[in-house]
Ligand binder design. Structure first.
Ligand code: MOS
Length: 718
C-alpha cells in the first residue's frame, strides 16, 4: 500500500540507524549489575524496612478472625497491617480481584496481611506467627470440560457468516476435535517487587517493577484513594513481565500500606511460592474446532468454540481471537465463552488469545491437511487471504503469510513428501517435523515523549518501559535517526511517571507505539530548533541543521518539545496484523517418550524491523516460551481447594535456551505504511504464536501419536 506520507516519515526509508543491528545500549549496565531492579534500589531512599506478605489459604470464603499478637511482639517488627484493619480498597484498572482490604477472600493466596520489620528474616518469621480463621465458601465444580458442555452452542456467536450446515455436508472432508490448554504462569525472572515511601501518608513515591507506568500510576492512586498528583512511580529496569506486570499488583499496595503504618519506606517482593496464586495467570482453555474442506483443500467451514475461566468481571483467555482473521473460509462460526470460577485472577499473558488459540487451531489445520492427503504447508497456502475472512471489504494493510511459509519451507529444508508418521528413526529417537502458522494482531496506542537538547545531548524522556525487550535501544535509534544525530548523542530516560505518557510495554504494541511517540516529539523539536534559529525550510543532516548552504550544529542549543501521537488514521479501513510460520524438528525417545526439540525456525512478517538483533532476541525468547507451553508448563489445579498446587520453578517447569540446540529467525522486513511512520509493527508476541502447535505436529510426525492436550508429557505418549 502507498499513502501520502506525512512530512518526514519517508526519512526512515533511507535510514542508517533504524532498521540496523544495534546492541543494547543498556547491555553493559545489565551485565555488570549496574541496572538495578526494584528490590535492589537500596540507595533511592534511606531507612528502608522489609515487608513480607501473608496470603489466604482458602480458595474462597470469609475471614472471621486474625490473631496478630505474636507477630507484633516478635523481634524487629515495626508494623502489622491486616486486611481486616481497612475497608476493601477500590479496584484499579483491570483488577477484578480486590488486592487488599475487607474480609472477603476471592482466591487462594489473596494478600491478607503485611508484616514490616527491620530485616527480611524478621518480617518473614513474624508473618508465620499470624493465625487466621476462615469460613470457607461453598464447594465449586472447577471442571472446565463440564463448563464447555454446559455452554457450548449458547449465546450469540461472536462471528457467524455463510451456511455452516451446507459447509459440513455434501462430500466435505471434515474433522471435529476437542483441544485442551492448561493454565500458564508468567514466572518472570524478577518477581513482583516494590519499594514504597509513603511514610507520612502524604506524597507517595514507588520504585516498582511494572510494564505500564501510566495505568499503574492511576490504579495506585485509585486503590489508595489519593490524588494522582501526589503519586510518583519509577520502573526504569524490569526483569521480565510477560503481561503479569501490566497492572497494579499486591506487592506495591502492601509496601505502601506497610510504609504508612511503619512511618518508613518499605521494600517488599512477592515470594516465588506466592506467584502462582497471588498474581495473575493465563486461564486454561477447552476448545472444540470443526473444519470442513473441499477435496482440493479450500476451507468450506470453520467452527471454533472456546471456554476459559475467570472471576466475575474478568476476561479469561479468548482462544478464538485469531480465527475470524486468519484463514479464508466460505462459512464461519466463532464463539468465546467465559465460565466464572473463584480461582486466582486471569489476565493477559504474552499474546493473550492467540497463544492458546493457535495451540489448538494449528493442530486442527495439521489434522485437516492429513485428512486431505495434502502437505500442511500447501494446505495453509491454499487458504491464505488478503482480506478479512468475515469482511471482504477490509483488506489487510500488509499480509505476507504465504512468503513466511514458502521461505520457511525452503530455509528449513521442509520435505513436502515427509516420511509417514512414526517411520524415521535415529538410534533410540523417532524424528519428526512440524509446521504451524502464526498470527498476532498489531495494535498501536497513543504514545508521547519529551525531546530536548540539554548539555550537548539529545535527551529523550518517556514513561515507556524496557522489560528486557530493547526499548532503550530502539527509541534511541528512532531519536538519532529523526534528528540526524548518532547513537552517542542520545541519552534515554524511561519508566518514570514524571515523563510524558507512552503506550507502555504490552500487547506487542510497545515498540511500534513508543517509537511513533519519540518520532513525533523529535519532529516537534526540529520545528522548535528551526524557530529558535530563525530558519525556514530547515533540513537536518549529518548532525547539523541548515537552510541552503548555511549549516550548523544544534547540540549547543537549549530547547525542548513534547508531543504525543496515535497513528490510527487508517483504523477501520485496514486490518492490521503480523504473520509468521514456525518449523520445528523433534526427537521423541522410543523408550521414555521424552521429547527433545532439535531445531526451530521462525519466519516473521511484522513490518519494518527497527532493530534486527533485539527483535531476534524477542522472537527466539518467544520460541523458547512456546516450547515450554508445548512440553512442560502446566498450572496444576487442586480441584478440592481451588488453588494451583505447584508453587515454584521446580514444579512449574519453563523451557530455557539450552533446551534447544538450534534456533533461526528470518524477518521478511516488509514495510507497513498503515502501521506507523516507521512502517513497523510489533514482533514480541508473534514469536510465541503457533510454536506449541508446531511442536505437537512434529511429535505426531515423529510418533504417529496425535496429542490434543498440553503439555505433551511423556505419560500421554506411552
Ligand atoms: Mo502483554 S500479555 O500485553 O505484556
Amino acid at each position: 500500500m502507498q499513502f501520502n506520507e506525512p512530512a518526514g516519515t519517508n526519512l526512515f526509508d533511507s535510514a542508517t540507524i533504524v532498521g540496523k543491528d544495534h546492541t543494547r545500549i543498556d547491555g553493559p549496565l545489565k551485565v555488570t549489575g549496574a541496572a538495578p531492579y526494584a528490590y535492589e534500589r537500596h540507595d533511592v531512599v534511606e531507612g528502608q524496612l522489609y515487608g513480607y506478605p501473608v496470603g489466604a489459604t482458602i480458595g474462597h470464603g470469609t475471614i472471621t478472625a486474625m490473631d496478630t499478637e505474636a507477630a507484633k511482639a516478635a523481634p524487629g517488627v515495626r508494623a502489622v497491617v491486616t486486611t481486616l484493619d481497612i475497608d476493601p480498597l477500590e479496584l484499579g484498572m483491570n483488577n477484578v480481584a480486590r488486592l487488599f482490604g475487607g474480609s472477603e477472600v476471592m482466591h487462594y493466596h489473596q494478600a491478607i496481611a503485611v508484616v514490616v520489620a527491620d530485616s527480611f528474616e524478621q518480617a518473614r518469621a513474624a508473618a508465620n506467627l499470624i493465625t487466621v480463621s476462615y469460613e470457607e465458601g461453598e464447594a465449586v465444580d472447577y471442571s472446565l470440560d463440564a463448563a464447555f458442555e454446559r455452554m457450548e452452542g449458547t449465546g450469540e456467536p461472536d462471528t457467524q457468516y455463510g451456511d455452516m450446515e451446507a459447509a459440513f455436508s455434501d462430500g466435505a472432508v471434515t474433522i471435529d476435535q476437542m483441544y485442551h490448554t492448561p493454565g500458564e504462569s508468567h514466572q518472570m525472572m524478577e518477581p513482583f517487587a516494590s519499594i514504597v515511601d509513603w511514610s507520612d501518608g502524604g506524597d507517595l513515591t514507588g520504585w516498582i517493577s511494572n510494564q505500564m507506568i501510566n495505568w499503574t500510576h492511576g490504579s495506585l492512586a485509585t486503590t489508595l484513594g489519593i490524588n494522582k498528583e501526589r503519586v510518583r512511580i519509577e520502573s526504569p529496569y524490569v526483569g521480565g513481565g510477560f503481561g503479569g506486570k501490566l497492572w497494579l499488583r499486591a506487592d506495591t499496595v502492601l509496601a505502601a500500606l506497610g510504609s504508612r503504618a511503619a512511618g518508613a519506606p518499605v521494600k517488599l517482593a512477592l515470594p516465588r511460592p506466592m506467584m502462582m496464586n497471588n498474581a495473575t495467570h493465563r486461564s486454561a482453555t477447552v476448545q472444540r474446532i470443526r473444519l470442513a474442506a473441499n477435496p482440493d483443500g479450500s476451507l468450506r467451514g470453520i467452527s471454533h468454540e472456546n471456554v476459559s475461566y475467570c472471576l466475575p468481571g474478568g476476561r479469561g483467555e479468548n482462544a478464538t481471537a485469531q480465527t475470524p482473521l486468519f484463514y479464508a473460509s466460505e462459512a464461519m462460526h466463532v464463539k468465546n465463552h467465559l465460565a466464572e470460577m473463584p480461582l486466582p485472577e486471569t489476565a493477559d499473558m504474552r499474546a493473550p488469545g492467540e497463544a492458546a488459540g493457535l495451540m489448538a487451531l494449528e493442530i486442527a489445520m495439521d489434522e485437516m491437511a492429513e485428512a486431505l492427503e495434502m502437505d500442511p504447508v500447501a494446505f495453509r497456502l491454499a487458504n491464505d487471504t488478503q482480506v478479512t475472512p468475515s469482511n471482504p471489504d477490509m483488506p489487510f494493510s500488509e499480509r505476507h503469510f504465504a512468503e513466511c511459509l514458502e521461505q520457511g519451507a525452503e530455509a528449513f529444508g521442509w520435505d513436502s513428501s515427509r516420511p509417514a508418521p512414526g517411520s524415521r528413526r535415529e538410534g533410540d529417537w523417532l524424528i519428526g517435523q512440524g509446521v504451524a502458522g502464526a498470527f498476532r494482531g498489531a495494535l498501536a496506542l497513543p504514545s508521547g515523549a519529551r525531546a530536548a537538547i540539554e548539555n550537548g545531548k539529545l535527551v529523550i524522556e518517556t514513561d515507556m518501559t524496557d522489560i528486557g525487550t530493547g526499548s532503550y535501544t530502539i527509541l534511541a535509534q528512532t531519536a538519532a535517526e529523526t534528528m540526524s544525530l548518532t547513537m552517542d548523542d542520545v541519552e534515554m530516560r524511561l519508566g518514570n511517571s514524571a515523563y510524558p505518557v507512552s503506550s507502555g510495554s504490552g500487547g506487542q504494541f510497545g515498540a511500534v507505539s513508543s517509537s511513533t511517540g519519540v518520532y513525533a516529539a523529535c519532529m516537534a523539536l526540529r520545528e522548535k530548533i528551526a524557530q529558535q534559529l530563525g530558519l525556514e525550510e530547515a533540513t537536518f543532516a549529518d548532525g547539523q541543521v541548515g537552510s541552503g548552504n548555511e549549516r550548523q550544529s544544534f547540540l549547543e542549543l537549549d530547547v525542548e518539545a513534547v508531543d504525543s501521537i496515535q497513528w490510527g488514521d487508517f483504523m477501520g479501513e485496514f486490518q492490521k496484523a503480523t504473520f509468521g510460520a514456525h518449523f520445528v524438528e523433534v526427537g521423541v525417545n522410543v523408550y521414555t517418550g521424552e521429547t527433545r526439540v532439535r531445531r526451530m525456525l521462525a519466519v516473521c512478517d511484522a513490518g519494518r524491523i527497527i532493530n534486527p538483533v533485539t527483535a531476534r532476541s524477542q522472537v527466539i525468547g518467544g520460541m523458547v516460551m512456546g516450547v515450554g507451553a508445548a512440553l512442560s508448563e502446566d498450572m496444576a489445579l487442586d480441584t478440592g481447594r481451588g488453588m494451583f498446587a505447584n508453587h515454584d520453578l521446580a514444579s512449574y517447569e519453563v523451557a530455557v535456551h539450552a533446551d534447544i540446540p538450534e534456533q533461526e529467525v528470518i524477518f521478511l522486513d516488509t514495510l507497513d505504511d498503515v502501521a506507523s511512520p516507521l512502517k513497523a509493527k510489533g514482533v514480541g508476541e508473534l514469536g510465541l504464536c503457533g510454536v506449541a502447535a508446531a511442536v505437537a505436529n512434529a511429535v505426531y510426525n515423529a510418533t504417529g501419536i496425535r496429542l490434543r492436550e498440553y503439555p505433551l508429557t511423556l505419560d500421554l505418549m506411552l
